[in-house]
Design a protein around this ligand. Structure first.
Ligand SMILES: [Zn+2]
Length: 379
């Protein structure tokens, strides 16, 4: 593979232990990985050159929480919310009906389009959940479509109880889990009033963990509850949403090392309070930012938008938000990604901006000039 030098970088973010951010830099990509980075004046020769022209280069985003595979949309529900109707977990059933009615090819075509949209906005690592099938066959279809798009696939059979919920936990922990194992890498459950209680989630997540799946929990989204404590108890990789937290919840996250995945675009879409990102960071909790891309509350694939919200609405400094959107996401998935240290895959974003502050400073503007994944220019 030809080598590529990214040159004239105003700000290079590698998250290197010694020097996480470098000014006036260059970066060499060889065989798909970062082969060198350093002062622009010391840049080695390369076959090809990409003139960053005073922009910045950051690691590709790691979006650790999406629901990309679904049928239909919920424009009408969103309109009602704009007119003052509050969000409730039950809206998910509208998407379940549309997903079951959609052909696998239709689900595939739509999910692929969203994954491409995410990639073009700089997301080079993506997690995708099931959760809109809720039958063995439909969950498996969604998981298989997700697995065509990413290696990070999460089984969310415990999303909402279906209309006939008798025996549903047995179905999720039995035949549905059986079908999911081998396709999914993780398991998740929606621990919430109107979804599943703590005991049900413990049963589902425990069954998944016993089959070797990574554990994630939709926790403390709409009100205080036991989701975060359950995540800590189970040694989950992440507790996601974390909007309504007690001091004991924050302490549990810190002590357990469970990553708090915050999804401010969902809070924007639901018109609800934002998760206490500042409080979590100050307490020493590892924080990730994700889109929660879904048709109900957060129909966006844009990590730049999420970063802008985190800066403006959740009191994160721009570099903290960028770290949460890269290294934080990787921690939530339990993978080594989200950085540009020498030897790492060249998954990166070239920005038409002198610093990541511009995500918040120029919201809604497409600042992404180029995206590389595994050293390949994909945009
Ligand atoms: Zn979610």
């Amino acid at each position: 593979m030809r080598s590529l030098l990214l040159d004239r970088i105003e700000m290079l973010v590698t998250w290197d232990d010694g020097l996480p951010v470098r000014r006036d830099a260059a970066l060499l990509v060889e065989d798909g990985v970062v082969a060198w980075s350093g002062p622009a004046a010391e840049a080695p020769a390369a076959d090809d050159r990409l003139d960053v022209a005073g922009g910045c280069v950051v690691p590709g985003f790691v979006d650790s929480h999406t629901h990309l595979v679904f049928g239909g949309d919920r424009t009408a529900e969103y309109e009602a919310r704009l007119a003052g109707k509050p969000y409730a977990a039950g809206g998910i059933r509208t998407t379940v009906a549309a997903t079951r009615a959609a052909s696998t090819n239709e689900l595939r075509r739509r999910a692929r389009r969203l994954a491409m949209e995410a990639l073009r906005s700089g997301t080079t690592t993506l997690e995708i959940k099931s959760g809109y099938g809720l039958t063995v066959e439909d969950e498996l279809r969604c998981l298989q479509v997700a697995a065509e798009l990413t290696p990070h696939v999460t089984f969310l059979g415990a999303h909402v109880p279906p209309d006939v919920a008798v025996g549903y936990i047995e179905l999720v922990t039995g035949p549905m889990l059986e079908a999911a194992v081998g396709v999914a890498t993780g398991i998740d459950a929606f621990c919430e009033e109107g979804a599943f209680d703590v005991d049900e989630c413990r049963e589902v997540l425990g069954a998944g963990a016993a089959r070797g799946l990574d554990v994630h929990v939709h926790a403390n989204q709409l009100q205080p509850g036991g989701g975060v404590q359950l995540a800590a108890e189970l040694g989950a990789l992440s507790a996601d949403h974390c909007t309504h937290l007690t001091d004991a919840d924050v302490a549990a996250l810190r002590e357990s090392g469970v990553v708090a995945v915050l999804v401010p675009a969902a809070e924007f879409g639901a018109g609800s309070a934002y998760a206490p990102a500042r409080r979590l960071l100050d307490a020493g909790v590892t924080v990730a930012l994700a889109t929660d891309c879904n048709p109900g509350t957060s129909f966006t694939t844009s990590m730049p938008f999420v970063i802008a919200l985190a800066c403006r609405q959740q009191e994160l400094r721009p570099m903290e938000a960028l770290r949460a959107a890269t290294l934080g996401g990787a921690a939530a998935l339990g993978i080594d990604a989200g950085h540009l240290r020498v030897g790492a895959p060249a998954d990166l974003v070239v920005l038409d901006a002198p610093s990541p502050t511009w995500f918040a400073y120029r919201p809604g503007v497409d600042l992404v000039r180029a995206v590389l994944r595994g050293g390949q220019v994909v945009r």
